[in-house]
Structures are given as C-alpha cells and as structure tokens.
Design a protein around this ligand. Structure first.
Ligand code: PSV
Ligand code: MN
Length: 399
C-alpha cells in the first residue's frame, strides 16, 4: 500500500471519460427564484426562455460540457410551441434536454394530481403528461422527467394503497404513449410540499413504480431528496447494478432540499457518488447510460456564476473518483483490509486536479478557468442592461 501518493497529471482514460460527461442545465436555474419568505431579484437573471437559453449557452461556451437544457413545460414553452423551443435551443448551439411536466402548480392540483380523489383531476394530470410526451417527441427530447408533489399532510387524509395504484396506472398509460426512443425518469422526494406522506417518497417506491410503468422507466436520484443521514452512494450502486439508475438531479444541501451548489456543503459525498458510478461503469464495461442533470435554483448567487461553479466542481469530483485505484480497492476488500480500502478513496479525494483540468480545458480550446473568463467577459452587465427594462415593465420591484 502506498500512502500519501499523489497524481502528477490525469491519465488519458480519466480525461476521455470527462470529455464524454454531458451535464444538463436546468432552465429554471437561470431565472429569479426565492424562498417562501421572499424573492430577491437579480438584474441579470433570465425572464424569458430566450434569456435562459442565452445563459445556458454562455455556460456551454465556457465549459464545453453543457449542450442540453432541461425545460419545465409550464414555465418555458414559447408561443410557437415545440418547434420554436427546439429552434431557439438550436440557434444557440444547444438541444432541449429533459421535459419536466408540471402537475403541481395549477389550482386543480391542490389535493394532488394523478393521486387525486377526483377522477377528472387525475385525467387532466395524465392528459398533461401525455402532452409532455408529444412535446418531447416534437422537439427531439428523449427524456421525460417526472416529479410529483402528490402526498398528504395529515394522518388519515389519503389511502396510500389506492393512491399507489393510481400512480402505477397513470405511469403505465404515459409510458405506453412514449416513442421507443424516449425514456421515463421517476423522481422521488421524502417530503415537501406534502408534510405527512409523499406518494413517491424514496428510491424503492420510485423503483416499484418505474417497473410498473414499463421497460424504459428508471429512477431519478435528486441528491437533495433524502432524509438526513441517508447513504446516497449506496442507493446509486444498488440501482446501477439493477440497471434501474436513470439519472441524477445534482445539487447540495445542508438540511433538506436546499438546492445549493453541488459540492458546496459536502464535496466528499458527491465524490463517493462518483466512485459508485466509476465502479458501476467498470462492471458494465462502458459509460453508464444515465442522465447527469443539475437541479439547482440559486436565490442569492449570480445564476451563471453558480452554474459555472457547479459544472467545474462536478468535473473535479468525477475526476477524483476516476483516480480511485479500483484494482487496489478490490485487493484490499479481498484481504478484508478496511484501512487500505478507505485509503484508496482518501488518496484520490485528496488529489488536487484543478491544474490538470485547467490544462485539459486549454487543450480543448476552452478557458482554463470558466468562472474567471465569465467574470472578465462583461456578459452579466450586458444581460442586466438588456433585461432590466423588460423586468421593470413586467412589474418587478427594484426598490
Ligand atoms: C422538486 O423539488 C424538484 O426537484 C423537481 O425535480 C422539479 O422538477 C424541480 O425540483 C424544480 O421545481
Ligand atoms: Mn429534482
């Protein structure tokens, strides 16, 4: 066992894998957001889908890693529908990524969507999901990402079993309508907005419902959607080995679904998740067919800066995970040498990969430091100048 051994440069296999890592950006990460206590507006934040694509294109220009943008159907669809959406993305060198239906915002969903006691509301929710399938088909997206706010707030409020069957029926119907190229990702969340029970509360429930839906349905792991103490990398390894890991919504959290920048609170956790991915990829003999998506909305940080921090942090932590000597790890495991196994991880995590990644970016015609390049570009000031009049006209308060 070598202790404290560093890595001078990154192996070609590591850089090759990083080069194939596409990170999908969320359209909603560029717009003004807040908490339930208030929303603090930013001059440069995006208002329209055009602004959101512009900002995503800026992140892609600086990182070369983010050609896709997730869209939320109710928040992002332009008047021209799917055709215009796809054209707006294409014009900026981007593609429409996952389609995120919205069955949680309209008044009719006060008591749930596909698990609503009212059959007409359940039908309306399914109709929206089916429209979302068609939207994906029309704009060239092959991922339907489903998150449901359904749940109850008080004991006795709902029949868990009946609601589960409604969910299974709805997902099966939607899956049957998907083109062969489309996959369904089922996201889970233990609480919020429902505070007593959530219909898809954890990975096991998402797994069962994905299985019920059909063969192209898998589980979506949002790293912020776990109760404190949950071992997320365990879930990732388990699902990957079952062929049921569909993708990630990356973000960080300290308390609950805080939507903080990846790695800002617990980079070691993200590293361990990437080690789980690296191990699964070695077992599979190729890249895992999963979607690496960001789900963050930054209330106070400048949006593009936060997104650049996110992308570079994901690359750094994946690079470190790829540096884990998996053969040495296996040997340590076989010898029941717990300390040596743990050291394999610690050694890789402690490796500073930033200079090697800067050189890698430079070699690909990208800025060595995307964040610094963005700050020097004047983009934010130009965006603020162009967007402020529209914001003021739309009634935003800038006092
Ligand atoms: C819900 O908390 C969630 O994680 C879902 O993925 C939504 O699509 C997203 O946040 C944005 O509201
Ligand atoms: Mn999410």
């Amino acid at each position: 066992m070598t202790v404290g051994h560093g890595f001078d440069s990154l192996p070609a296999t590591v850089l090759g894998r990083l080069g194939r890592l596409e990170i999908e950006l969320p359209s909603w990460g560029f717009a003004d957001t807040g908490t339930r206590f208030g929303k603090f507006l930013q001059d440069a934040a995006a208002l329209s889908i055009e602004d959101k694509f512009d900002d995503a294109a800026e992140v892609h220009r600086l990182t070369g890693a983010c050609p896709r943008v997730a869209v939320h159907v109710l928040w992002d669809l332009p008047a021209g529908g799917a055709t215009e959406l796809a054209a707006l993305a294409r014009a900026r060198g981007l593609r429409v990524g996952s389609i995120n239906p919205n069955v949680f915002q309209d008044q009719c969903y006060k008591h749930g969507s596909v698990a609503n006691e009212d059959a007409s509301v359940r039908r309306r929710a399914i109709a929206h999901l089916l429209e979302s399938v068609e939207l994906g088909r029309a704009c060239g997206s092959d991922t339907l990402a489903l998150w449901f706010a359904d749940g109850t707030n008080y004991p006795g409020q709902g029949s868990v079993a009946r609601r589960k069957r409604w969910f299974a029926d709805a997902l099966r119907e939607v899956h049957a309508a998907m083109p062969a190229s489309m996959q369904m990702l089922v996201e889970y969340k233990p609480f919020e907005p429902a505070f007593y029970h959530t219909d898809i509360a954890d990975w096991g429930m998402a797994y069962v419902l994905a299985k019920a839906a059909g063969e192209r349905a898998r589980v979506l792991v949002d790293t912020g959607h776990h109760l404190p103490g949950q071992n997320i990398e365990h879930i990732v390894s388990f699902l990957a080995d079952e062929g049921m890991l569909g993708g990630f919504h990356f973000n960080d959290r300290h308390y609950a679904d805080d939507d903080l920048t990846v790695g800002s609170i617990d980079p070691a956790r993200v590293f361990r998740i990437f080690v789980a991915i690296a191990e699964a990829e070695r077992a599979l003999g190729r890249d895992l067919p999963v979607e690496f998506m960001i789900d963050q909305s930054h209330n106070l940080k400048p949006k593009i800066e936060a997104m650049l921090q996110t992308v570079t942090t994901v690359q750094e932590l994946f690079a470190k995970a790829l540096l884990v000597d998996l053969d040495a790890l296996d040997a340590a495991r076989a010898a029941n040498d717990i300390v040596a196994a743990e050291e394999c991880l610690k050694r890789a995590f402690a490796t500073d990969v930033r200079e090697a990644l800067a050189a890698w970016r430079e070699g690909r015609g990208l800025p060595r430091e995307p964040l610094a390049a963005h700050r020097a570009s004047g983009y934010a000031a130009r965006a603020a100048e162009a967007r402020l009049p529209r914001k003021k006209a739309s009634g935003g308060s800038y006092a």
